[in-house]
Design a protein around this ligand. Sequence first.
Ligand code: SAH
Length: 352
Amino acid sequence: MERLIDKLEKDRILSREEFALLISSRTPQLSEYLFEKARNIRHKYYGNTVYIRGLIEFTNYCKNDCLYCGIRCSNKNVSRYRLTKEEILECCRKGYALGFRTFVLQGGEDPYYTDEILADIISTIKGNHPDCAVTLSIGERSYESYLKLHEAGADRYLLRHETANFDHYSRLHAPKLSLQNRMQCLKNLKAIGYQVGTGFMVGSPFQTPECLADDLLFIAELMPHMVGIGPFIPHHDTPFAGYSAGTVDLTLFMLGLIRLMLPSALIPATTALGTIDPRGREKGVLAGANVVMPNLSPLNVRNKYLLYDNKICTGDEAAECLNCMKRRMQSIGYEVVVSRGDHIPENHSEPR
Ligand code: SAH
């Protein structure tokens, strides 16, 4: 199996069968072998620095009904909220003072936020903080909408494909959503000129090693700038309440494989990883991740943006979250830096 990891390091791709075999033959020793390589590659491009993104969860209204997600429209137990423009700007002001240079606006698919409303918010943030990047994570929209938001100043877009296996996709989502459209959205975002992030959940119901192999093959085809993966974690008010969560080990293994495939990608150690393991984010960085995303949302809405159960950091002020993260990274020899943290374009012969 180590030979397959060597081959992945060299060729940056394996066949579907090889990926599936590697994933299903995973052992702790093999994982260590992978993580060491993943760390070395990450160090070539990013040294021991960790980029931070300030996450602003600005709406938990959602018109979709994804079977895994706690804020799905049919969950009537959610207390819904929307942040005003002024509240969002205030999160950015606070975040800027703390050293954040990227703001991620994430939310459910909420039709209240029209292109006009969003463009106004984005251009005001960029006007107030010209040295910052704005990232959107607001689901599927039309090409024209993505274009308008890009013209308003949005730099990056996160849209996880969730699973690249068509059959699996249809078992996780309501019939209204299709993998084909999701993939088209990602291609549109790339064509418009966003730095694009995709990703998937690890251990979601019905997932097989072949599904995960399909995820990796799709990522190799798309060549995104960012890849966010995290364990699936059940939410008690969803149809998947009774399923078990994805494991730390498999999530880290997938993260390591992605680092070998995309040496200069921006890969977060996600909140979900920190939720299933108290040192999950540290372990993520040690498996090749180079980004963390502390929460900048106002305290009074923190416990309303619950995609899954037991989410961490729902009671902490932004400053506390950031300090906690700095300490965590220092404890493993890494350093949180003040930077936009853009993707380093890859130069195969001469990585930095
Ligand atoms: N509406 C936006 C943002 C979604 S929330 C969009 O469609 O892109 C961000 C991510 O949280 C999702 O892409 C999904 O991968 C993840 N997520 C949702 N429910 C989850 C759960 N129960 N466990 C783990 N991750 C979950």
